[in-house]
Design a protein around this ligand. Structure first.
Ligand SMILES: [Zn+2]
Length: 275
């Protein structure tokens, strides 16, 4: 070895010793503990003005509302609870600030079709605390809530706590591998709300899928790297889109946008499932 190459080798060895711990990122894929994942219909939103969620759009619009149910060997995991089942009994739906909410099939009935009661759900992961994601929160008081601490602690406008203080809760601070096997991983994506999170699900046959919550409302927003101006923190939302793109690439994952109506026909809905 020449003197310069010895010098370079010494530098390389020093650098290797001094290398910092790997940045926090989803645990590597191991043997997935997931048996299957169901896609559940959780309501429809007819928007008076599509641009309220998709900047640049015009005229009325629509958002689908989707929940996901995962059968893991450690228990049932529900991601988001959709619009409230009570809306199903309102003849014309519920008029919200942004448009009409309707529910054609209740979450309770969809669970029943799978032989499940709300009390069978062990873990309730919420992307965030907005009403179209927590409409049926009250049905799952026996589940362990899994949210970001920033969302849990976010002061609500009416002064009442967002979540029942009596409910068992895991308050994550950043990414979090729920079962330690890399199969159900919270990906912290703040911006739409202070503690928004996506869910990275590693399915044994389908592969990795990222469930978006409201980090992305529509495919047009993803393609144009835009977020609604109504988001809690727009620059933070845009940084979260970048983070998602990195996680998608690292995991060769599919992006499933729960509010994107054009994706509805692409999915198998319960009782069909993904493995
Ligand atoms: Zn939403």
């Amino acid at each position: 070895m020449t003197r310069p190459s010895i010098f370079i080798a010494a530098i390389m060895a020093l650098l290797a010793m001094a290398a910092p711990a790997a940045a926090q990122q989803p645990a590597p894929a191991g043997k997935s503990g997931i048996e299957r994942m169901y896609v559940l219909y959780c309501g429809d939103i007819a928007l008076d003005d599509a641009s309220s969620f998709t900047p640049g759009a015009s005229g009325p619009g629509a958002l689908s509302v989707t929940c996901y149910l995962i059968k893991h060997r450690n228990g049932w995991v529900l991601f988001d609870t959709g619009l409230g089942d009570n809306i199903a009994s309102m003849p014309n739906g519920f008029k919200s600030q942004v448009g009409m909410w309707t529910v054609k099939r209740t979450l309770t009935s969809e669970l029943a079709e799978l032989g499940l009661k709300p009390s069978d759900i062990g873990y309730l992961v919420l992307s965030q605390s907005h009403p179209d994601h927590v409409g049926n929160l009250g049905l799952f008081s026996g589940a362990t809530l899994v949210v970001q601490k920033a969302e849990y602690d976010w002061a609500p406008p009416d002064g009442k706590p967002r979540f029942d203080p009596a409910q068992k809760v895991i308050k994550a601070e950043g990414d979090y591998d729920l079962f330690g096997d890399g199969s159900v991983v919270l990906i912290s994506t703040p911006g739409h709300s202070p503690g928004h999170q996506c869910l990275l699900v590693r399915l044994p046959k389908t592969g990795a899928v990222m469930l978006t919550g409201d980090s992305v409302h529509t495919k047009a927003n993803w393609d144009s790297h835009r977020v609604p101006p109504r988001n809690f923190n727009v620059p933070q939302s845009l940084a979260s889109l970048d983070r998602m793109a990195t996680v998608l690439k690292e995991n060769n994952a599919q992006l499933w946008i729960g509010h994107e109506t054009s994706e509805v026909p692409l999915r198998k809905y319960a009782p069909a499932y993904y493995e």
